[in-house]
Ligand binder design. Structure first.
Ligand SMILES: [Zn+2]
Length: 400
């Protein structure tokens, strides 16, 4: 099992790994409890996972209050949800509509697409209606996801650990440990270089900010109240953009809101907020969340892995048992047969296409998963570190 997060630059950040006998309610419960105990105790920790029954059962268990709101917000991986829909109804159009509805940032766009889903397939509509909206639709998320919709980040890290496959237990743990140490050492050095360069923000946030700033040049700003810092922002009609422009949004700098919702969902000022800041000479960069800062990136990788204890200094176990090889696991002649269950996602080659009218066009939430990467990820998902959970949170926000 692996738990992954994203760092200040939206790159994968390994949080924890464990080797267990099998996936079950018990093992997932133990793993998540360890994370809550040893890795982070922060409130509103967003966990994105597929809907494996073992994971679902844990989050339904109200005795585990550390996995209930407001401590933990459990959300679903959109790619798995779309895959479930396509497995049941085998309809690509429907699958793309589900993706579009879930990725919509404004409620009106969600409702419009959800109504389309009802017209295309009423059973699928009812199926989705029974899933709490805040668990799969971005517009109802309240910003816990930081815009991440899938568990891609964790699955692509399987590639880094693929050499651990089928190793004996001690070798597997050591291999993983050394790989992670090397990953952290490399990222630590890069984060120090960035810190020394004097940059304040990581490239991920800066790219989004600069794109929004370019769009802001064409917006028209009207101040509604200087005291309340309330503004109306109109965008001109532009057939060249995906959203075609011609929208009106309300910005409130005091409440840190814009009706387009992007500011709340991504914690980076949208073009409307930047337009207001340019017009009234505010520093728009101050509204980028500190979790995207170079300083936060540096602090994420600052802790150093301790050297492993020498084998002779390991504590003796309380009881000793003679370990015998399991005859059922002796490899037979020929190429071993994969026990991995192939599903709809293996056939379709990954996520559905993004909606053509989504503002900003195609987006890669994982940061590291390219179109090619998605294919590779499926090829590698037979590793022992299979079903995975993304703890989608900026690690820099953790108290180290
Ligand atoms: Zn906006």
């Amino acid at each position: 099992m692996i738990a992954m997060a994203t760092d200040a630059n939206n790159k994968i950040y390994p949080l924890a790994f464990a080797v267990v006998e099998s996936e079950s309610t018990e093992t997932w419960g133990w793993f998540l409890a360890c994370i809550r105990r040893y890795v982070t105790g922060r409130r509103h920790l967003c966990i994105i996972s597929d809907r494996h029954p073992g994971i679902q059962a844990i989050f339904r268990d109200t005795n585990r209050d550390f996995l209930q709101p407001p401590m933990t917000e459990h959300h679903y991986c959109l790619r798995h949800l779309c895959s479930n829909v396509n497995t049941r109804w085998k309809n690509e159009t429907l699958k793309n509509l589900v993706w579009r509805a879930a990725s919509a940032m404004q409620e009106r766009k969600f409702n419009a697409t959800f109504n389309l889903i009802e017209n295309v397939n009423r059973d699928a509509y009812q199926y989705l209606k029974d899933v709490p909206k805040e668990k799969w639709a971005l517009t109802f998320d309240k910003g816990y996801r930081y815009g991440a919709m899938t568990t891609n980040v964790s699955e692509c890290f399987n590639g880094v650990l693929k050499g651990a496959r089928s190793l004996p237990i001690t070798a597997m743990v050591k291999y993983t440990w050394f790989k992670l140490n090397s990953y952290f050492d490399d990222r630590r050095n890069k984060s120090i270089d960035k810190l020394n360069s004097g940059k304040k923000w990581c490239q991920y946030a800066l790219d989004i900010f600069m794109r929004n700033k370019a769009k802001a040049e064409h917006h028209r700003v009207t101040r509604l109240s200087a005291q309340q810092q309330a503004y109306q922002v109109d965008t001109p009609h532009n057939p060249g953009t995906t959203g075609h422009g011609d929208h009106t949004h309300a910005v409130n700098l005091l409440q840190r809101t814009c009706t387009c919702q992007k500011w709340k969902l991504y914690k980076i000022p949208c073009s409307h907020v930047i337009a207001v800041c340019i017009r009234y000479r505010h520093d728009a960069e101050q509204y980028i969340d500190p979790c995207y800062s170079v300083d936060a990136l540096f602090r994420s990788y600052a802790p150093v892995f301790p050297a492993l204890k020498d084998r002779l200094s390991w504590p003796d176990p309380d009881e000793t048992r003679k370990v015998l090889p399991n005859p059922r696991l002796i490899r037979e002649k020929g190429r071993p047969v994969s026990t991995r269950i192939r599903n709809e996602m293996d056939e379709s080659g990954g996520r559905p296409r993004t909606t053509p009218w989504k503002e900003g066009g195609e987006r890669c939430n994982a940061g590291c998963v390219t179109k090619r990467g998605i294919t590779e990820e499926h090829a590698l998902s037979g590793t022992r570190y299979r079903r995975v959970v993304v703890l989608q949170t900026r690690y820099a926000k953790f108290e180290l």
